[in-house]
Design a protein. Structure first.
Length: 608
C-alpha cells in the first residue's frame, strides 16, 4: 500500500495508467500493453464498460478475478471482423466508445468526445482498424506540433504508440484520418474530456460549446454520435469556378473570340487542383449539402456527374444576357453565382486552388445569427481615387467597388482585400447588390476579359457592404498562399498541418514551373490519396490526358461506407500507397513529404 501511495504522489499519470491497464487486460497481466487485435480490444472495452456514457470514478476495491465479459445490447458485445470491414472507421469508433458529438456546435458533426481514460485504447483500436483494412492511419494536432502517418499495412510499434499516447494525453484535441479508404470517409476530430469532480466533467478545448457539464447533461448538450449523414443546422452549399485551357471546346471559344491573342497560362491552366480541393471539402466539411461547379469547359473525366451531391453548371445557365458569352472574365462569372438554380441561401465560394486543410464547422463560415464571416487581410491595400496605368491589376476592380460603397456609406473606408481563402456569401445579399448597382453588374458581365470598369463582387464589394450593413462579421484563420518561392519550407516536417486554409496560387509563371507542379502533386497525393464519393473510380476518359493533368494513381482502395462481398474485401488487402513510389503525378525527384520515420516522431514536441 505504501508503495502505491508513493507512486500516486510522485507520478499520478503512471499510477492511473497502471490502475486502468490492469483492468483492461484482466488480472494476472504481466505487461501493460494493449490488445494486439481489434476483437480483443473490443471485448476489453465492453468488459470494462468503457463504451457507455461517462460514469463516476471507479471504486478502489480490488476487482474479483475471472469476471466474465459483460454482454451489451447496444452496441453488440463483440464486433466481428466482417463488421470491422463493413462499418466505416467513424461508425465503428462511435459504437465502440459510446461517442458523443457536437464539441464545438452542440449538434451532430464530425467531432467526437473522448474520455481521457479511453485515449490509449482509442489509439490502439485506430491502429488495428488501419492494419486490418490496409488503410493506413494519420494522427495530427491542428497546431502542427504532432503528425504521425502510418502507412497501409505497416502498423505501429509499442514505442510509437506510447509516445503518441503521451503527447495526445496533453493536448486538447486531435484529428484521426484513414486516408486510403474510398468513399464517405470524413476526418474524425477527437476532443478530450476528463472528470473534475464527482459526476462533473470538463472538455479541455477552450473552443468547446460548453466546457463544463455534469453526467446528467451530456445527452442533452452533446448529442450521441449517429450513423446519419452529417449535416449543417441549415443547408450550406459549395460553389466552384473552374477553367481548363486544354479543353478543346474552351480552346475553340478562345480562338474564335481572341484569334490574335494567346491565353495567359497562369490564369487558365488546370493542374488538377479541383480534384483535390473537392476531396478536402468532403473530408473536412462533410456537412456540406451540394457542390456546384461553374464552368464553360467539359467536366473532368473523374467527376461523377450522376452523383446527387454534385452539379455541373454552364455559364449560359446563370448569365441573364447570353449575348455577352463566351466570357473569360472571372469578375463577370462571379457576379452571377447567386443565380444558380436551387443554390442555398448560405453558400461558400471556392476558387479551385483553395483547399481545406483541417476539420471545419459551419461556425467558421456563418455565425449563429446567419451572418457570413469575412476573412479580410489584417492590413489595408486599397486606396480611394481614379485608376491609371500605375494601378496594379488586382486593385482596379477594388477601387471601382469603393466608389459604389461610397454612394451608400460615405463615411466607411474599405481598404482591406479578402484573403485567399473560401468566400462566405449570402445569396440574398448578392441579389440586393445586383439590384442596387445594376449598371456596374452589367458592365462587369459585358467585359469578356478583366477590364478597367470591373467590380470584384465576391472578393471585395460583397464583404465590405455586408460588414457595414450588419450582415457579415470579421473572422480570422491561419492560412497560407503556397507559391514556388515558399513550397519547400511549407513541405518541411509538420508545419503544413497548422493551416486551416491553403491556396496554391498560380502567378509569375508558376503554371509552367514543373518542379513546383511536381511538389504540389506530391503533397496532394499524400494528403488526399484516393477518390472521394463524387469521383469515378474508373474515369470516363472524355478529356485527353495532358502533362498538366496527372492521372489518378491506379491504387487498390477499400470503400469506407459500403458493403462489398467478403471475397472482394480480402482481395483488396494488398495496398501500398506511399507517395514516394513511381507514379504519374509523383516523379522520382519529388520531395518525400508523406511520412516521418519513427525516430523522427515528435522531435519538435517533447513528451512530458
Amino acid at each position: 500500500m505504501n508503495r502505491k501511495l508513493v507512486k500516486l504522489l510522485k507520478n499520478p499519470q503512471l499510477f492511473f495508467y497502471d490502475y486502468f491497464a490492469k483492468r483492461v487486460h484482466g488480472p494476472g497481466s504481466a505487461q501493460h500493453t494493449l490488445p494486439s487485435s481489434l476483437e480483443t480490444a473490443v471485448a476489453a472495452i465492453h468488459a470494462t464498460g468503457t463504451a457507455i456514457a461517462p460514469t463516476a470514478a471507479p471504486a478502489t476495491k480490488k476487482r474479483k478475478p475471472a469476471a466474465p465479459a459483460r454482454a451489451s445490447s447496444t452496441p453488440p458485445a463483440l464486433f466481428s471482423r466482417i463488421d470491422c470491414m463493413l462499418l466505416s472507421p467513424r461508425q465503428l469508433l462511435q459504437h465502440l466508445f459510446g461517442a458523443h458529438s457536437g464539441a464545438l456546435t452542440g449538434m451532430p458533426d464530425q467531432s467526437q468526445l473522448l474520455r481521457r481514460d479511453q485515449l490509449r485504447l482509442f489509439i490502439a483500436v485506430c491502429v488495428e482498424i488501419a492494419l486490418f483494412r490496409s488503410s493506413g492511419v494519420r494522427f495530427y494536432t491542428m497546431d502542427g506540433r504532432l503528425h504521425l502517418d502510418i502507412k497501409p499495412g505497416a502498423g505501429a510499434s509499442t514505442t510509437i504508440e506510447n509516445k503518441l499516447f503521451l503527447t495526445l494525453n496533453e493536448t486538447t484535441d486531435f484529428v484521426v484520418e484513414f486516408p486510403h479508404l474510398l468513399g464517405k470517409n470524413p476526418a474524425i476530430h477527437a476532443f478530450i474530456y476528463l472528470p473534475i469532480g464527482v459526476g462533473q466533467y470538463e472538455i479541455r478545448s477552450p473552443q468547446a460549446c460548453l466546457k463544463k457539464f455534469s453526467l446528467a447533461q451530456i445527452n442533452t448538450l452533446y448529442p450521441p454520435a449517429s450513423d446519419e449523414p452529417i449535416a449543417a443546422p441549415g443547408p450550406i452549399d459549395v460553389v466552384y469556378t473552374w477553367v481548363n485551357k486544354d479543353d478543346s471546346g474552351w480552346q475553340t471559344l478562345w480562338d474564335t473570340t481572341f484569334p490574335e491573342n494567346p491565353c495567359d497560362p497562369d490564369r487558365f491552366t488546370s493542374s488538377d487542383e479541383l480534384r483535390y480541393s473537392i476531396r478536402s471539402v468532403l473530408k473536412y466539411a462533410p456537412w456540406i449539402r451540394n457542390i456546384y461547379v461553374v464552368s464553360n469547359c467539359a467536366a473532368p473525366d473523374y467527376i461523377d456527374l450522376e452523383h446527387e451531391r454534385i452539379r455541373w453548371v454552364s455559364h449560359d445557365e446563370i448569365f441573364p444576357d447570353s449575348s455577352v458569352l463566351p466570357t473569360f472574365n472571372s469578375h463577370a462569372i462571379e457576379s452571377c453565382l447567386h443565380r444558380i438554380e436551387s443554390l442555398s441561401e448560405h453558400f461558400i465560394y471556392f476558387n479551385d486552388d483553395v483547399f481545406l486543410n483541417q476539420p471545419v464547422y459551419p461556425l467558421h463560415f456563418f455565425d449563429d445569427a446567419g451572418r457570413s464571416v469575412s476573412y479580410l487581410e489584417p492590413y489595408g491595400m486599397v486606396t480611394e481615387g481614379e485608376n491609371d496605368e500605375t494601378t496594379a491589376d488586382y486593385l482596379v476592380a477594388a477601387r471601382n467597388s469603393i466608389a459604389l460603397l461610397k454612394q451608400d456609406f460615405p463615411n466607411y473606408h474599405a481598404r482591406q482585400l479578402h484573403t485567399h481563402v473560401p468566400h462566405c456569401l449570402r445569396r440574398s445579399t448578392l441579389a440586393h447588390l445586383e439590384t442596387r448597382f445594376a449598371e456596374a453588374f452589367a458592365r462587369t458581365r459585358a467585359a469578356r476579359l478583366r477590364s478597367e470598369t470591373d467590380v470584384n463582387i465576391t472578393s471585395f464589394l460583397y464583404h465590405h457592404y455586408a460588414l457595414v450593413s450588419g450582415s457579415a462579421v470579421r473572422g480570422q484563420a491561419v492560412s497560407l498562399i503556397v507559391r514556388p518561392r515558399n513550397i519547400e519550407k511549407f513541405l518541411e516536417r509538420n508545419g503544413h498541418y497548422k493551416y486551416r486554409f491553403l491556396c496554391f496560387n498560380d502567378g509569375g509563371g508558376s503554371s509552367t514551373n514543373r518542379a513546383y507542379k511536381r511538389r504540389f502533386s506530391a503533397y496532394c497525393a499524400a494528403r488526399q490519396p484516393v477518390p472521394c464519393e463524387v469521383e469515378l473510380t474508373i474515369p470516363r476518359r472524355n478529356v485527353p490526358d495532358t502533362p498538366d493533368t496527372p492521372a489518378i494513381p491506379e491504387t487498390p482502395v477499400i470503400a469506407a461506407e459500403s458493403s462489398p462481398p467478403a471475397l472482394e474485401i480480402i482481395r483488396s488487402f494488398s495496398l501500398d500507397s506511399d507517395i514516394t513510389r513511381e507514379d504519374p503525378a509523383v516523379t522520382a525527384d519529388a520531395p518525400k513529404t508523406s511520412l516521418l520515420p519513427e525516430k523522427e516522431l515528435l522531435r519538435d514536441h517533447e513528451c512530458v
